[in-house]
Design a protein around this ligand. Structure first.
Ligand SMILES: [Cu+2]
Length: 448
């Protein structure tokens, strides 16, 4: 079987390859409805796209090109990353359970690479660990992977060669295998989104990530985008929504949704038994894990959806900022400005001023807290976006409906009446007599 498969693979590789398709925009592409092969309900990749394929004698053929790319992280900042077919992450690959899939991988990087198909059942020689399952793909060469997508689910792909460099540079992509028929543990949804958690350490004013950084990254991104560059999830009121998330950073991310409860219905291990599901509003996605969140979008509005680690909702943050809260700078500023004309006070009342401050920052650098909503600065960056639930959103319409208008009487407003002064609760009475403590000291170690 293996020998036959290998022979047929090399014959195909000698024949014409599907022409690679490149993407030049970081926008969320509309769903790619299958024009050939078996039907399915496509996903929408957040600030990403699905790779077109061709059918060749019943085999679904894709062509990935590993290459240096320029990715806009958010308007105003472009990063020099490595990715696939023009973007980082690479395009999403969508197939159907039982499909025979052939993926051509052309290496246009300055060093060798491989692709590991994370979570898949496949022949050992297709698993993509360089040195273990195959020789690494040399610079300028094309390798071909071929296997049957045996089980439906949520997967990803990434290099398994010089991994630390290549993943820190943005090489990764999503893979969805749709069920071939109605599946008892996979529900049908109206909106099916997917994205990868990734992170970069790019010095302010520069464009190339520092690849040695493990967890002290300064750009926390979803599909290599940071807020306000991350698109919103736009859904129709009462849509069933699935959001698939994979984590290829080196730390965990508690993903938190406002206004709704979701259940985690599956992972890259497959759909979860119903008895293993519980309602949550935050779920932790650990390193290398994938999670499928599902919920009924039955509350209209603009709901925050973000990582709950607060430093992951910030951009290009300095790591050595002292806490200045409560420090009185009165009189000090003028004195200091004589020595340093640009000196300014930061953080004396908290960091909220940073949201509005127009501080000179180097070119190609995102402000730390940024993004403006209908009521002012959001003071957010990084792994943050919104779920926009609207009655008027048409089925299949993924466009941004704009900001939500709260119906009158349903929004927090300033209290117009008087505010009573706080009364201190009476201090508890002192104990009548001092409490005596009897301490028994061990006199030997024999009981230890
Ligand atoms: Cu996080």
């Amino acid at each position: 079987m293996t020998a036959v498969a290998a022979a047929s693979v090399s014959r195909v590789a000698m024949a014409a390859l599907p022409e690679p398709v490149l993407m030049d925009k970081p926008d969320t592409a509309p769903p790619l409805h299958p024009g050939s092969g078996r039907p399915y309900n496509p996903v929408v990749t957040l600030n990403g796209w699905t790779l077109p394929w061709r059918m060749n004698n019943g085999v679904k053929e894709f062509h990935l090109v590993a290459e240096p790319v320029v990715r806009e992280i958010a308007p105003g900042m472009r990063a020099h990353l490595w990715g696939y077919n023009g973007q980082s992450p690479g395009p999403t690959i969508e197939v159907v359970e039982g499909d025979r899939v052939r993926v051509f991988v052309t290496n246009k990087l300055p060093e060798h690479t491989t692709i590991h198909w994370h979570g898949q059942r496949l022949p050992n020689g297709m698993d993509g660990v360089g040195g273990l399952n195959q020789k690494a793909i040399p610079v300028g060469k094309t390798f071909v992977y071929e296997f049957v997508a045996r089980r439906p689910g949520t997967f990803m792909y990434h290099p398994h060669a010089d991994e630390m460099t290549q993943m820190a540079m943005g090489m990764m992509g999503f893979w969805v295998t749709h069920p071939k028929a109605k599946h008892p543990l996979i529900s049908e949804v109206q909106r099916d989104f997917c994205f990868l958690l990734n992170a970069y350490d790019i010095d302010p004013g520069s464009a190339t990530p520092k690849i040695g950084t493990m967890t002290d990254c300064n750009l926390w991104t979803w599909n290599s985008r940071a807020f306000p560059g991350i698109d919103s999830f736009n859904v129709r009121l009462n849509d069933k929504v699935r959001i698939r998330v994979g984590n290829l950073t080196m730390t965990n991310h508690p993903i938190h949704l406002h206004g709704h409860e979701f259940v985690v219905t599956g992972s890259d291990g497959g759909p979860w038994p119903v008895a293993a599901r519980a309602p949550e509003v935050t779920t932790d996605v650990a390193v290398g894990q994938m999670r499928q969140l599902e919920f009924l979008a039955d509350e209209e509005g603009d709901w925050a959806l973000h990582c709950h680690k607060s430093h992951h909702t910030m951009n290009a943050m300095g790591h050595n900022v002292p806490t200045m809260i409560g420090v009185d700078h009165t009189g000090l500023v003028k004195k200091l400005q004589k020595l340093m004309p640009d000196y300014m006070v930061m953080g004396e009342r908290g960091m909220a001023d940073m949201g509005e401050m127009e501080m000179p920052i180097p070119d190609n650098t995102l402000p730390m807290m940024t993004g403006t909503g209908p009521y002012g600065p959001l003071e957010m960056g990084g792994m943050f976006t919104t779920l926009k639930v609207r009655k008027g959103q048409k089925p299949g319409d993924y466009s941004d409906p704009g900001w939500y208008q709260q119906p009158s009487g349903t929004q927090a407003v300033e209290w117009a009446g008087t505010v009573p002064t706080a009364q201190r609760q009476a201090a508890p009475a002192a104990p009548a007599a001092p409490v005596e403590l009897q301490v028994v000291k061990p006199n030997s170690h024999k009981h230890h």
